[in-house]
Design a protein around this ligand. Sequence first.
Ligand code: AMP
Ligand code: GLY
Length: 422
Amino acid sequence: MNVLIIGSGGREHTLAWKIKQSPLLGKLYLAPGNGGTTETGENLDVNPTDFEAIRQVVLNKKIDMVVVGPEQPLVGGIGDYFRQDLVLNRIPLIGPEKAGALLEGSKDYANRFMDKYGIPTARFRSFAAREMEDAMEYLQRLEAPYVLKADGLAGGKGVVICQNLDEARQTLQTFFEGRFGESSKKVVVEEFLEGKELSVFILTDGRNYKMFPAAKDYKRIGEGDTGPNTGGMGALSPVPYGGEDFMEKVRHQVIEPTMEGLRNERIDYRGFLYFGLMKVGDHPYVIEYNVRMGDPEAQVVIPRIASDLLEALDAVAHQRLEDYELKISPSAAATVILASEGYPGKYEKGQPITLAGGLEDVYVFHAGTEQKDSQLVTSGGRVMAVTALAEHYRNALSTIYSNIEKIQFEGRYYRRDIGYDV
Ligand code: AMP
Ligand code: GLY
């Protein structure tokens, strides 16, 4: 099978690394990939949202399966583009159609969906710009802190937690004035949930699903979970507070009603689905859906999958996932992100990356890197993820931290406290 992976981050490098191990694989391509994915496949200079260019690649390279990594092409309708094309509709695409991608593309839609199917989530209401005063009235009925969410995609920056009503009013104003363009013309106001966060993933063919290992993501830039939110600065899997009993609740209260909802709405969902959960007491609440794998969660979840991922994706494409046996390694995994100084704000690009000594027992998944005149340089905020597996994540982390200093570039930043809180 020739496979095309869409995307350029650490998640896509990890997917490529795993798919590369499958005996079912013919040739592997990435659109556009990064400086590390050239070890696993051929990078193609194609933009993930340029569906016309992707179509050409699929035809020219005789692609048998497309795996979509990030949310933008899914929310932009790549699933429908393939289904509606007379030639492309025979080529499996891993990722939902647009109606399914709305679970991530619109927080308002996601909340309504959860309401309709009895999935536990925070109390909420949605408001448009002309409803500023209604929004303020609703906020007065909630208790601080207040959670405000831009309805549409905002690159992980669309959620603001406000400590008081003044702050909430100002934030609402900036949202309605287009802080995230069209994405924030509608705002979801939510009750604040106090608890522990974890990310749960399934792979589904629309009929059945397989549960992947859960992960904990470290979202804030600063040590001790301080400073602004990022795409994620590190991750662990399994999650210490995600034991069997709790995961059973997640299955029954969250995953199964979501599957039923998808079927009931006649949404063709074949792909990854990510549940951003808050564990409140012993109960799961959904704070967000994502219609893809997490990043950097993929960098700890995928390496723990012991069976053939490409075989699983093929089973998804043909709705035979029921027959697939998912095997999970009992090892724990951890990952730490190397970032460019300044991220998630402004940062330098083009810094040469060098290795001082050999790396031992770690996997390095690239994100913001590129090859320039046969030199690896930085090209993004999150540059690389360094992953290790061990019997306990404590050992995985000590392996990571004893190797990470060997990867050097100007302005390198990473959190030294991943895993310390658990
Ligand atoms: P999201 O962009 O949806 O991942 O949200 C960003 C972060 O905001 C989450 O990781 C949570 O830490 C926080 N958050 C979102 N919704 C809530 C909520 N209802 N209560 C408390 N925290 C929340
Ligand atoms: N790490 C969070 C996400 O992928 O959305």
